[in-house]
Design a protein around this ligand. Structure first.
Ligand code: FUB
Length: 316
């Protein structure tokens, strides 16, 4: 594993290959002086940069500059958290999350003709969107799906059946865990084409994981496809693991398959998985370079390996 960008703090890396280059779209951490709390107020990010690699073994990524600033998003209040980028018909759509002026998270879309931006934000959030951590996945038939959601500071516990609750409810104990969400996007990738659906993760018997299962979903959704199988990977939040589950449908249900990464230094763990030049890579972050400050994270990369049965693990 190596750090990719030692000169600044960046996190939540979403990596994609566009053309012959690999682009990394991270959150841009900064020292805001806001005290750490369970609401995540200390993650007070204000812009995005894009990093790139021209070769998988290049020691460090290159910063191609700022691609979006929170002050250019008309509806935004604060906290520009995780984002992802998807290409469709030669245009690039950056799907991001930020709190509006009432401190409620929504997802937004910004558009560019080039993967290196700049991205022009649409004037309003995606209708019916909520919570955080969008992952945009384009399937082989060109349909784009967005996976999203995060609990605690990510506000997912405030919603049921896509409606906001008067009183937030976080399942406990033997209750089924709170699921992330998946939604198909309209053909122009600017709105939800349907009501978001729950991303159900089950055990080997098909039972949804319980709320007290250390492998249950918390945040940081990612989707990739390998040999016609959909791999949904995610962070377990307060048990600090990166896990994955598989399905033969982009909507799931997904069967829990295993742990990808053990807890890192820093409370959060977040990642993306991408194939490049015949190799598979895990992009993620930790807080070692900042001395464990959870809100100042650094981007890393490691190589992954599949076994013949489709299980996935870090390459030894
Ligand atoms: O970067 C802010 C938040 O921290 C992300 O949205 C979460 O996934 C966690 O990494």
């Amino acid at each position: 594993m190596r750090y990719l960008f030692p000169s600044d703090y960046m996190a939540d890396p979403s990596a994609h290959v566009f053309g012959d280059r690999l682009y990394i779209y991270p959150s841009h951490d900064r020292e805001s002086g806001i005290p750490e709390n369970d609401n995540g107020d200390h993650f007070d990010m204000q812009d995005y940069h894009v990093l790139c690699l021209d070769d998988p073994d290049q020691p460090e990524a290159r910063d191609l500059g700022k691609i979006l600033d929170v002050k250019d998003i008309p509806w935004a209040g604060r906290q520009l958290w995780d984002n992802d980028v998807v290409e469709k018909n030669g245009r690039y759509y950056l799907i991001y999350c930020v709190k509006d002026k009432t401190d409620t998270f929504h997802l937004g879309v910004a558009v560019s003709e080039r993967p290196e931006g700049p991205f022009i934000p649409l004037p309003d959030p995606i209708r019916g969107s909520y919570s955080i951590d969008p992952c945009a996945f384009k399937d082989e038939d060109d349909e784009v799906y967005v996976y999203f959601g995060g609990i605690w500071g990510g506000q997912l516990q405030r919603y049921r059946d896509n409606r906001s609750l008067e009183n937030a409810h976080l399942p406990e104990g033997a209750e089924p865990a709170l699921p992330g969400r998946v939604v198909r996007m309209t053909a122009d990738v600017t709105q939800f084409a349907e009501e978001p659906r729950p991303v159900i993760i089950t055990d080997d018997e098909g039972n949804p994981l319980r709320a007290d299962d250390p492998h249950r979903f918390f945040e940081a959704s990612w989707m990739h496809k390998y040999n016609a199988t959909y791999y949904f990977s995610y962070s377990t939040g307060d048990s600090h693991l990166l896990c994955y589950a598989t399905s033969d449908s982009p909507y799931g249900p997904f069967r829990f398959r295993g742990e990808l990464l053990q807890p890192v230094v820093g409370w959060t763990t977040h990642h993306s998985i991408v194939q490049w030049r015949g190799r598979w890579f895990l992009f993620h972050h930790d807080s070692v370079p900042s001395g464990g400050r959870t809100w100042l994270r650094s981007v890393k990369v490691a190589e992954l390996q599949y076994e013949p049965d489709g299980t996935l693990h870090l390459k030894e």
